[in-house]
Unconditional design. Structure first.
Length: 94
């Protein structure tokens, strides 16, 4: 989570140690096998302004894809895509 927070900070999001701590605590309450749930939970922690959402989306996709390619992902992070019948919370109505 620290590396993900660092990536977000490097891309311009105002991420602090408190955000990273909150993200770690959020993971304790989320289904880590559900990519959509992780996405929504982490977005709630790290995105404070609507204009930061596209940056968060790019970082989330890039970071978790890279982690999976390196064999370090959280199980389920590359779950079914919308094309495979999975939902995409970025396009779902709130």
């Amino acid at each position: 989570m620290v590396r993900f927070g660092t990536m977000l900070r490097r891309q311009g999001l105002p991420v602090t140690l408190i955000h990273v701590s909150d993200a770690i605590r959020a993971l304790e309450h989320l289904d880590i096998t559900d990519r959509d749930e992780i996405y929504l939970g982490l977005r709630a922690v790290f995105v404070g302004r609507p204009e930061d959402t596209p940056t968060f989306d790019r970082c989330f996709d890039a970071f978790w894809r890279w982690q999976a390619e390196e064999g370090q992902s959280i199980p389920g992070m590359l779950a079914a895509s919308p094309a495979d019948g999975g939902s995409d919370p970025r396009t779902s109505a709130a």
